[in-house]
Design a protein around this ligand. Structure first.
Ligand code: S3P
Length: 428
């Protein structure tokens, strides 16, 4: 679907509530499915990725049903029993989080399974989970490190795994395998990545210890508890950037998760000169949450984003590039080479497409450099390469372009954020 966007030419005002966090929604279903007991999960994501996880656990025999469009009831005795022994292939759709985390759960079961995904997911690297799982005793075959993954359930043993990558998906996969392995499992990462798994494991009673970048889990049975899911800061990021760059905007985004391992974008905005204030902070099911007031800022300045910043804002980098185009001076993003392994090669695609509308942006091996501040001419058709975050980032850029832009493949926004356009219309 080709989406056309023209300059807004008026400020964004009012109040919106940001929908459910995708990372926490996946984990809420996965962990409640292997927990013993009944629970209610409130504010579940309506994105297609989280529905891939939901359908997969239904096929794995877990009793899951909707009480309303965002509320789930999950009943489990803690074990997985595939509903149809002839169906052992589970479809993860476009979702890397589903495939990588679920492989950690399936590796230690007493049945065999296979995980498949769509064309984009089938190109994404899976060695990062296969290799450590094999060290735990898992029997997994892949197509040269890519899906389909064929998993023969095996008893697993704990390992200590120093990871080269700061990846919450790899960490969560290994910790999930560790719940069901003999002995202790320790995962050490170079920088702290999002810690939703650690928080939810604690909340559900797992034996887990966190010491900086080192997390250790001992075999544990999770115990079901009701879970309320906070709003997604990665979805809020599109609105935050829109508010900072669309002249005279001033609005409130309610119910945003501000877990410190996810809120790197807020620190970067402070570094660039500010414009977002945090109000009404509270804790919800082990996660921090707040309302954010966003105000237009005409005097943002470029900054360096690197090292431990990266895992705390990895999914926000495409829209941060749009923000950087409206900041004075250079914004340099380094150490973000894993952006090339997302739903698209987000470095190459971002640079190619944003350049078409007048963003002065250069590709580097591990990131990009944006030279600001430039007025954007628009007048181009952009490809989103089946990547939901690129599609929404381009839409935000379109709000300040002098001429109309088109975004090809805009329907991919449904992967994470079907409510996106409706929320934009509420603010203008
Ligand atoms: C996620 C972790 C990140 C992120 C992805 C969701 C998660 O991936 O990009 O959108 O829910 O654990 P990596 O772990 O590959 O960095």
């Amino acid at each position: 679907m080709l989406k056309k966007i023209s300059a807004l030419n008026k400020p964004l005002k009012g109040e919106i509530t940001i929908p459910s966090d995708k990372s926490i929604s996946h984990r809420a279903v996965m962990f409640s499915s292997i927990a013993e007991g009944e629970c209610v999960v409130r504010n579940f994501s309506s994105g297609a990725d989280c529905h891939s996880t939901l359908n997969l656990f239904k096929q794995l025999g877990v009793n899951i049903h909707f009480l309303d469009d965002k509320t789930l009831k999950i009943i489990s005795d803690g074990s997985l029993k595939p509903t149809d022994p002839n169906i052992s292939t589970y479809n993860c759709g476009n979702s890397g989080t589903t495939m990588r985390l679920v492989s950690g759960i399936l590796a230690g079961q007493n049945f065999n399974s296979a995980l498949i995904g769509d064309e984009s997911l089938s190109k994404r690297p899976m060695k990062r989970v296969i290799e450590p799982l094999k060290l735990m005793g898992a029997d997994i075959t892949s197509v040269d490190g890519h899906a389909p993954l064929t998993i023969k359930g095996q008893p697993l043993k704990g390992i200590t795994h120093p990871s080269k990558l700061a990846s919450a998906q790899v960490k969560s996969c290994i910790l999930l395998a560790g719940l069901n392995a003999e002995g202790e499992t320790t995962f050490i990462e170079p920088y702290v990545s999002r810690d939703h798994t650690e928080r939810l494991f604690k909340y559900l009673g797992a034996n887990i210890k966190v010491d900086g970048t080192k997390v250790t889990v001992k075999p544990s049975q999770l115990i079901a508890r009701d879970i309320d899911i906070v709003g997604d800061i990665s979805s809020a990021a599109f609105f935050i950037v829109a508010g900072l760059i669309v002249k005279d905007s001033d609005f409130v985004i309610k119910n945003v998760g501000i877990n410190p391992t996810r809120s790197g974008i807020l620190d970067i905005i402070d570094r660039m000169g500010g414009g977002v204030s945090i109000i009404n902070q509270k804790e919800v099911s082990g996660e921090l949450c707040a309302d954010l007031r966003v105000e237009y800022n005409d005097s943002l300045k470029g900054c360096i984003i690197e090292g431990s910043d990266i895992p705390r804002l990895i999914d926000e980098l495409p829209v941060i590039a749009v923000l950087a185009s409206q900041a004075n001076g250079d914004t340099v993003v380094k150490n973000a080479e894993d952006l090339r392994n997302k739903e698209s090669d987000r470095i190459k695609c971002l640079v190619e497409e944003l350049s078409k509308i007048g963003v002065d942006i250069e590709e580097t091996p591990d990131g990009f450099i944006v030279h600001g501040k430039k007025s954007l001419k628009g007048n181009a058709k952009l490809e989103c390469y089946h990547d939901h975050r690129l599609a929404m980032s381009f839409y935000i850029a379109g709000l300040i372009c002098q001429n109309e832009i088109g975004i090809n493949g805009f329907e991919w926004t449904k992967i994470s954020f079907p409510e996106f356009e409706n929320l934009i219309s509420i603010l203008n």
